[in-house]
Write a protein of this length. Sequence first.
Lengths: 355, 355
Amino acid sequence: MNITQPTLLIDSSKVRMNIRNMKQKADRHHVLLRPHFKTHQNLEVAEIFRKEGIEKITVSSITMAKQMAEAGWTDITVAFPFNMREIEDLNQFNPAIHINLLVDSMLQVRFLNKHLRQNHVVFIEIDTGYHRTGLQVNDPEIAGMLLEIASSTVLQMGGFLTHAGQTYQARGKNETLEIMEESREQLVRLKQRFQRYHPGFILSYGDTPSCSMSEDFRDFDEIRPGNFVYYDVMQYHLGACSLSEIAVVVACPVVSVMKTRSEMAIYGGAVHLSKEYIAADDGFKLFGYVVRLNQAFGWTETIPGAYVYQLSQEHGLIKMPEKELALFQPGDLAGILPIHSCLTANLLKNKTVLL
Amino acid sequence: MNITQPTLLIDSSKVRMNIRNMKQKADRHHVLLRPHFKTHQNLEVAEIFRKEGIEKITVSSITMAKQMAEAGWTDITVAFPFNMREIEDLNQFNPAIHINLLVDSMLQVRFLNKHLRQNHVVFIEIDTGYHRTGLQVNDPEIAGMLLEIASSTVLQMGGFLTHAGQTYQARGKNETLEIMEESREQLVRLKQRFQRYHPGFILSYGDTPSCSMSEDFRDFDEIRPGNFVYYDVMQYHLGACSLSEIAVVVACPVVSVMKTRSEMAIYGGAVHLSKEYIAADDGFKLFGYVVRLNQAFGWTETIPGAYVYQLSQEHGLIKMPEKELALFQPGDLAGILPIHSCLTANLLKNKTVLL
């Protein structure tokens, strides 16, 4: 294999292990693992999920749902507030595919009631503290939406769904688990309040950090982590994975070595890695760790003291201790562990090698 | 036209005006405008450049050079340190296409001498203060490289090239023009030192902020701004353009309106806009300004007090004054002026409408 451009290398055995660990955890706790496929958007990786026993999945757009439906997935939750402008695309799905929708307003429910040409399950999104989308647990609109859904001929109440994305701001495991606990309490309150009028709905909980750290999934019926399939430097910093569990690396050609600055430049920039970074207190920005690639494109531990510290459109700049830098010259490949694998995998969708 | 997903709208008359202004400025100052096509990577926009009299262009990768060569462009500078791993791709170009290469080490020159199967012009990249790639003006390697190029049967010295990207950190016009002045002085020193031994080479200067602000291009033979074709919020903040000169907007479906928070959520996230932002002193991050779109997809002035302040993979969150927010509901479109149009245009390459 001749790598000439920035390329996402996927270690399939790490992927399999990450999936297996999460699946075993879900089985142990009797919750359904409905993994989020937005991280990889990759049909080969999807097949690894299938072999590990996954049948139901999550995506974040109608477009992704379409791709996965074409690849044979038949139970797909679109965990994004339903975009009314895509009603025609939704109506064109094969009715044999179960598309579960997410709503967070009465307006959407009424719109679906009016325009849907086939039956769908809907989940009501609850904002348990992330403050992105979703209704507050005590929002009076919820009861009205439930009634509207109950009287609908095309909609069926699936349950309450939350993404506790605030775990990405948590400092450490305890804070992460507290966030999970707060989310649980809120969802449970909804269940207690509404289940006797609308029996049979479920509670669906998301996010990789807490699903990776927790061993307490009581009250949840399904979990929807996504990033865990690859993990990344951000998850490592959050304490959700070890560095060796990170299953992807971006192979980047070295194009320039600046010995006087103890730096090198790679072909690998914002259009390959994304501009996501981790900020240090002193203003330093970390855009990725650096590893050495072997002949088989496996990779080493991270090189101590080596960091991607700046990205422009196509260039990446790496600081590296002198004696490590001496081992690189233009024409070599360097491996970059990405900060946020979802964004990197999206950018390199068409430049991917499954190892 | 029915916009259902995040879509890059390009205002062709603004594009034409931006090109015309820069071309007229270049003509006035007797420098060649060799615009950087990395910003748009769009064949329709490329045709507007052609109609405005542009024949020679800049790109940032061999891949882009290939695309533009296929679209009929015959004089292309790849303003990225030559990536030795792409030598085969380079050798496959039609010899009728002039591909100018960039080098910043003797290693690359020797490699090209050995492996090139056709003639190419090379530029030596000079680091005049940006500290990304390129040689320092006083680097002894430059003289050796010039000799190596002079004695080569396949290489011809094109000139010295710099990208003064540090203008993106400048505070105001004076600082920007000072940076340009420092770059000029360094390039001129090289010209004075080497032109009698290696006559005929040129000085090539880049970056949109200084080319937009300056009226002094003496000593330069060509300029390579790119971003000016679209401009963006970053250029506006730098003082390089007005808001009304920004030629692109991302049309995003509104999916959720949170009145209690005076916010709304759009389908439009990091995979559409990129995570580039402008930081305010108080820690606030600006990911884009908001405009209203009219029936013909033209757009208004920015809505006062409305900002994209958070992006996740597919979601964008907008803060907006109550009375402005009252005019939006799920299913509407909002327009986002991007922070960094190069990255946004790259992400939405396949979701573009030229108006």
